[in-house]
Design a protein around this ligand. Structure first.
Ligand code: MN
Length: 722
């Protein structure tokens, strides 16, 4: 069993003045918390966190991460709380332990294969701090190493989850060593037969290949000496998982895997890498198409190396990987290894931006290289490593446990539309983590979302204010357009019938008998409904349509409307815009202002679809509005209001003094308020009440005029009335 001193010694070897006390205290605390618990292997439980901490020290991580490794299971498996950890070990350690606990609590096992990519993103989004992932991966690696003590069913589940989620995560973070070991362990439990055969074949091959490897190594060493280059060369067999993948993908037998033996050459400088590559190529013929320069164009996980396959001394193909010590450290331990290199990235160009959005995200790793150049302290470096990728998305669960990816800020309505358009349209409510929430609530990573549908429910215009996905937005707008079209058609029918009665034409009958079909063609409309929609939106006046209808019904040739008719059409076209109104996406509806409340530009208003008279606009607080049918109300806003007079009623109460009426009238005139009509009444208490209908530009204009009138000494009251 590992001793704590081994771990602290390791940390002291790569961090000057390391806070070893933190690690010691974490060890004592963890040992006490897990005291009496035994692992399936028969070892005391503390051996697991110790091994995890040791792996983290191998990766040369900071003290907080190593301490968090020791404590990582205390919150999940013992009475310990995150608050306690924070109090004793600080917020850094507590945050890491908290993050690891949150990920551990999620059950991905059964969903792993289908949902792997989304689960990986969810974990990345939840982790926020890269150290959380380091601890989680070290935890998983040790659990995989000790998987033999689990029941076979559990072994397969854990191995599958590791293969689908954790090995790719390790790869994304550039933890090559962790990744390859995880993959080989997965192979062992998922395909024990393949694993057995391969490991046997590899060890035979290795034994047989030993003299060959030594021969190549000595040739390379000679090359170094002759050219006074300092470097190391290792021969190694590929790891089992990658041999297996290659055999399966390319349909090759074990013997056909030509570059089974690869040589890794590690050098002092970038310049040496290219020099040695040239020397090898002059010694042995390179195989065309097998040279890759990952130094100029690093992989997304920051992997840098030169790869080349050549025809070796015995006519066999051998692969070389050539890199600097620093690149090798990164290849094995990923981004975590960076802090110790000050000269990082010199001479390396930024890689080509990858095509996909996700691939671009991973280039954040490369940015980290820039940051760390300014930081000499590993502690500072690690805490600056916040995971900023995937923070633009949120990952939530369906009731079945599937994961949906939504943009940050998405709501249950977005979620409902992501499930299915029908679910979105009928979305009446939502439960998040079992609790009913408003439809505009913002979803968080890991939320479980359930949509409550109601077959009578319809998409609401209000949803447009908070939905984040294009799909939801498009569907809601589409629905509103249909509804508005239906409204326009109903309105058109009413208008036509009313006008028809005046002219003695039975419009309903004319529609039934198909006359409108002919009429629609004449108006260049594709269908009767199209024509009616145009009438509802006031593009054609009912009068004009009926005139033509009359002609069609009587078999007369159609006459171009002239004079007056043209004028009224132009009038109808112009009118709505001159009213300065935007009516909820509907263009050109006949609009009138209600005389009951005379709304002014700037105040809250609402539209009401009247029967046969277009839309009437009321003040939102008008006493008539509350009696209206809800489905006939339209939202209306003022926009681009033209400078034109709007009527308003006002009431002024003043002392009945000589010249008062004249004074007030003159004042209003000076304020540009035109008096349309008015009444004047003297009261018994010696006051007068004046009631005027005036014309003003807008609400501000009215109120400023009223306040100036009110400022007159004799005036007691100056109010707007409705
Ligand atoms: Mn653990």
């Amino acid at each position: 069993m590992i001793r704590i001193n081994q771990i602290t010694d390791k940390v002291a070897s790569y961090i000057d003045n390391a806070d070893l006390d933190l690690i010691q205290r974490a060890y004592v605390f963890s040992a006490q918390a897990h005291d009496g618990v035994v692992r399936r292997s028969g070892e005391p439980y503390i051996s697991h966190p110790m091994n995890v901490a040791n792996l983290l020290a191998d990766m040369q991580l900071d003290e907080a991460t190593v301490a968090a490794g020791l404590l990582h299971d205390t919150v999940e498996d013992t009475d310990t709380t995150v608050d306690e950890i924070e109090e004793l070990f600080g917020s850094d350690v507590a945050d890491i332990v908290d993050g690891v606990t949150k990920i551990s609590k999620m059950d991905f096992e059964s969903k792993a294969i289908q949902q792997a990519e989304n689960i990986r993103k969810l974990i990345l989004a939840m982790a926020e701090d890269i150290r959380v992932l380091m601890v989680k991966l070290a935890d998983r690696l040790h659990n995989m190493r000790t998987l033999e003590f689990m029941k076979p069913v559990k072994q397969r589940l854990i191995a599958q989850e590791t293969q689908d989620i954790y090995a790719p995560l390790a790869n994304r973070l550039g933890l090559h060593r962790v990744k390859t070991e995880l993959e080989d362990l997965c192979l062992k439990y998922l395909k024990p037969d393949v694993f057995g055969q391969l490991s046997e074949a590899v060890s035979e091959h290795r034994a047989a290949g030993e003299p060959y490897i030594e021969k190549v190594i000595s040739l390379i060493d000679d090359l170094f000496k002759k050219n006074s280059i300092k470097g190391q060369v290792h021969g190694r067999t590929k790891h089992l998982h990658s041999i297996h993948v290659k055999m399966e993908q390319q349909g090759l037998t074990f013997d056909e895997i030509f570059d089974l033996i690869a040589f890794r050459i590690i050098l002092k400088s970038l310049k040496d890498c290219y020099a040695v590559l040239g020397l090898i190529h002059s010694l042995w013929r390179p195989v065309s198409g097998r040279f890759k320069d990952y130094i100029s164009i690093p992989k997304a996980n920051m992997y840098q190396s030169l790869h080349s396959t050549v025809i070796g001394p015995d006519g066999e193909r051998i692969e070389f990987q050539i890199r600097t010590e620093e690149m090798n450290q990164i290849a094995e331990y990923g981004v975590a290894a960076h802090w110790q290199y000050k000269e990082v990235g010199k001479g390396s160009k930024r890689g080509k931006a990858a095509g996909t959005r996700d691939a671009e995200r991973y280039t954040w790793l490369r940015q980290i290289m820039d940051w760390q150049r300014e930081l000499s302290d590993p502690r500072e470096f690690m805490s600056s490593l916040r995971l900023e990728m995937f923070q633009e998305e949120v990952y939530v669960f369906t009731p079945n446990g599937d994961i949906k990816e939504l943009p940050d800020g998405a709501t249950p309505v977005d979620f409902a539309y992501a499930i299915h358009s029908e679910v979105g349209d009928k979305c009446a409510g939502a439960k998040v983590n079992g609790r009913i929430v408003p439809l505009h609530s913002v979803l968080k990573n890991g939320d479980s979302v359930e949509v409550i549908t109601n077959k009578n429910r319809m998409p609401s215009r209000d949803w447009l204010k908070f939905v984040k996905t294009a799909k939801a937005r498009t569907r809601i707008k589409q629905y509103i357009r249909t509804v508005e079209r239906d409204r326009a058609i109903a309105l058109a029918k009413e208008l036509l019938e009313k006008e028809g009665r005046r002219l003695g034409i039975n419009v309903q009958k004319a529609i039934k008998e198909g006359y409108f079909l002919k009429l629609a063609e004449g108006f260049n409309c594709g269908s009767v409904d199209d024509l009616l929609t145009q009438v509802g939106f006031s593009r054609f006046t009912p009068r004009k349509v009926l005139k033509r209808l009359y002609a069609v019904m009587n078999g007369e040739a159609y006459e171009e409307p002239k004079g007056k008719d043209k004028e009224s059409e132009a009038d109808a076209k112009k009118k709505p815009s001159s009213d300065g109104l935007i009516i909820s996406g509907v263009d050109n509806v006949l609009v009138r202002f209600a005389s009951c409340c005379t709304p002014l530009p700037g105040e809250p208003i609402v539209g009401y679809i009247t029967r046969g008279r277009g839309v009437t606009v009321h003040r939102i607080d008008c006493h008539n509005v509350k009696n209206f049918e809800d489905e006939r109300l339209l939202s209306v806003t003022w926009e681009g209001v033209e400078e034109k007079p709007y009527p308003a009623k006002i009431k002024i109460k003043c002392l009945n003094k000589t010249g008062m009426l004249g004074k007030i009238c003159v004042m209003l005139g000076e304020l540009d308020v035109n008096i349309d009509s008015g009444s004047f009444e003297s009261m018994v208490d010696g006051t007068s009440v004046l009631e005027f209908t005036v014309e003003v530009k807008d609400l501000d204009h009215l109120y400023s005029a009223l306040s100036k009138v009110k400022a007159l000494k004799a005036v007691q009251e100056a109010l707007r009335v409705s």
